[in-house]
Design a protein around this ligand. Structure first.
Ligand SMILES: [Ca+2]
Ligand SMILES: [Ca+2]
Length: 255
C-alpha cells in the first residue's frame, strides 16, 4: 500500500522514532504475538511424584501423557494424574481430565470398532481463544463428537495444539506402561478407549502422522493451568533482525 501524500503533495518523511516504531510493529507482526509472553518454566516428569495436576479422588492412580508430535522428540508432552475408586476405563480418565482442565479438548467419534478418539486439543497459551478449523463446538467439559474431514482440522490459534486423524490420515496411538516409562520402564501398544485401568498405569496418547504403531509420549512435563506459550526460534530471529535494522536506521538519520 502506498503511503498517502501530505497536503502539499509531498511524501512525509518519517521521523527516526516513527521509523523505529514501524519496524518494531512489522517485526512484531512477523514474529506473531507470542514474543510478548514469557514461557512458563516446565516441571519435568519422571515419576508420579513430579505430576502436579491431579484429577479425581480415590485410592487408585493412573497417569496420562499426551504428545501432539509423537514422531518428534524436540517437543514436550503433558502429564496429568487421575485418581478413582472401583472400575475406570481409559475413556473415563480422558473425559475426567478434560472436564477438570479447561485447556484440554477431545473430539470423539465412532467407527466400526466403536467409540474412538479422533482429535485432541490444548489451549496452550491459556487465553480466551481456542478453536479448530472445522468449527467443531466443544461442550463445557471440552468434549465434542465429530468426524475427521478430508483435510484434518487444525487449531485456529497458532499458539495452541490440535491434531486429529483416523483411518486414512494418521491417528492418536494409545500406549500403556505398568513400570514408570519415563524412569526406565517400557511402553506397549494399548487396546483402546475401553481398556480398564489398573493403579500405577501410565497411558500415552501420541499422534502418529504416518500410521506407524511405534510412537509414545516423550519429554514429559507436568500439565498446569499456566500460560505456556512457546516462542519459536524463527520469531526470535525476526525480532533480532527488526531491532538491528531499526537501530541502524536511527543511526543513519541522526548523523
Ligand atoms: Ca513428541
Ligand atoms: Ca489459545
Amino acid at each position: 500500500m502506498n503511503r498517502p501524500p501530505s497536503a502539499d503533495g509531498l511524501v512525509i518523511s518519517p521521523s527516526p522514532l516513527a521509523t523505529w516504531v514501524r519496524l518494531m510493529v512489522v517485526t512484531g507482526a512477523l514474529a506473531g504475538s507470542s514474543w510478548f509472553v514469557s514461557p512458563a518454566p516446565a516441571q519435568q516428569v519422571r515419576t508420579v511424584n513430579d505430576v502436579t495436576f491431579v484429577v479425581g479422588d480415590g485410592p487408585n492412580v493412573a497417569l496420562l501423557a499426551l504428545d501432539w508430535y509423537g514422531d518428534a522428540g524436540d517437543d514436550e508432552s503433558y502429564v496429568w494424574a487421575y485418581c478413582w475408586t472401583g472400575i475406570a476405563s481409559s475413556e473415563d480418565m480422558l473425559r475426567a481430565v478434560a472436564a477438570a482442565d479447561p485447556k484440554l479438548f477431545l473430539k470423539f467419534g465412532t467407527d466400526e470398532l466403536g467409540n474412538t478418539l479422533f482429535g485432541i486439543g490444548y489451549n496452550r497459551d491459556a487465553d480466551d481463544s481456542f478453536g479448530i478449523s472445522d468449527f467443531t463446538q466443544f461442550d463445557s467439559d471440552g468434549i465434542a463428537v465429530g468426524a475427521v474431514g478430508f483435510v484434518p482440522a487444525g487449531p485456529t490459534d497458532g499458539d495452541d495444539l490440535y491434531r486429529e486423524g483416523w483411518a486414512v490420515n494418521a491417528y492418536w496411538q494409545q500406549g500403556v506402561s505398568h513400570d514408570e516409562p519415563f524412569n526406565g520402564g517400557r511402553w506397549e501398544v494399548g487396546s483402546g478407549l475401553a481398556r480398564q485401568l489398573t493403579t500405577g498405569d501410565w497411558e500415552s496418547w501420541a499422534f502418529s502422522p504416518n500410521f506407524l504403531q511405534e510412537f509414545y509420549a516423550q519429554n514429559p512435563v507436568a500439565a498446569t493451568l499456566a500460560n505456556e506459550t512457546v516462542v519459536p526460534e524463527g520469531n526470535v530471529f525476526w525480532l533480532i533482525v527488526g531491532w538491528s535494522i531499526g537501530y541502524r536506521q536511527i543511526r543513519r538519520m541522526m548523523t
